[in-house]
Design a protein around this ligand. Structure first.
Ligand code: ADP
Ligand code: 5GP
Length: 227
């Protein structure tokens, strides 16, 4: 059986960094490469980070019903998961990892109710801003738009099964690994108590208090009219 893992996070939280490390450490986990109408950034390559397509090509894929989900992200570009990635994972008996936004996560939950969803949060707003700047891939207006979008996106954290605050990178990788491996074991009728206990630390009820100051750091700036 193929387990589907959804990972969402505000841009700059460290999701790609975490996913890359997870993929190196966890076998039989396929990554769905999304289609997007946005232009490649930095060293991004077609078919590696994304399939970069034109608006026309994307719309043709919609008409042909080739997407498991798709959404317009940042009110500019389209991003979508092709259904063939799920078929391929099922064929090879692998699990599937989707790096998608909150709109896409909602669509997947409707189609695949037992998909496991994980939301990654930055430690606070100023750390997110710092990471976006230090990544050096976005223009100033783009950074401001992503910060603004982050504020809206993080309000959806309660819809996710697990919430991981990406503070120390090595700790976050171990946490993410524990979530994926414990869910995989549990669903195959086995359990590793140590892994399960680690994964449970990221359940909503356990993390709620930790999340409040993070949300507050975003709300304060919004209330102050932004920077
Ligand atoms: P995303 O995929 O969520 O947009 P990235 O993985 O590109 O984010 O990370 C944004 C920046 O933050 C990168 O420069 C990355 O090296 C850095 N980063 C990621 N995780 C951490 C962390 N835990 N602590 C400090 N910097 C981090
Ligand atoms: P970026 O432009 O920074 O690579 O990604 C922007 C946002 O688009 C991220 O939140 C990312 O998770 C989301 N995204 C990437 N691929 C998909 C996809 O296939 N579907 C949806 N709904 N969102 C996606």
């Amino acid at each position: 059986m193929t387990n589907v893992f959804i990972i969402s996070a505000p841009s700059g939280s460290g999701k790609s960094t975490l996913v890359e490390k997870l993929r190196k450490q966890v076998p039989n986990l396929e990554f769905s490469i999304s289609y997007t109408t946005r232009k490649p950034r930095g060293a991004e390559q077609n078919g590696r980070e994304y399939f970069f397509v034109s608006r026309e090509q994307f719309q043709q894929m919609i008409r042909r019903n080739e997407f498991l989900e798709y959404a317009r992200v940042f009110e500019v570009d389209y991003y979508g998961t092709a259904s063939r990635f799920l078929r391929k994972a099922e064929q090879y008996g692998n699990d599937l990892l989707l790096d998608i936004d909150v709109q896409g996560a909602k669509q997947i939950r409707e189609k695949i109710p037992d998909a496991v969803s994980i939301f990654i949060l930055p430690p606070n707003r100023s750390e997110l801003e710092k990471r976006l700047r230090e990544r050096g891939q976005n223009r100033e207006d783009d950074i401001q738009r992503r910060l603004d979008d982050a504020r809206r996106e993080i309000e959806n954290y309660e819809k996710y099964d697990y919430i991981l605050v990406n503070d120390r990178l090595d700790e976050s990788v171990e946490g993410l690994k524990a979530i994926v491996l414990s869910e995989r074991l549990r669903r195959s009728g086995q359990e590793d108590r140590c892994l399960s206990a680690r994964a449970e630390m990221y359940r909503l009820k356990k993390i709620r208090e930790r999340v409040q100051p993070i949300l507050q750091s975003f709300r304060e700036v919004a209330a102050g009219g932004g920077k």
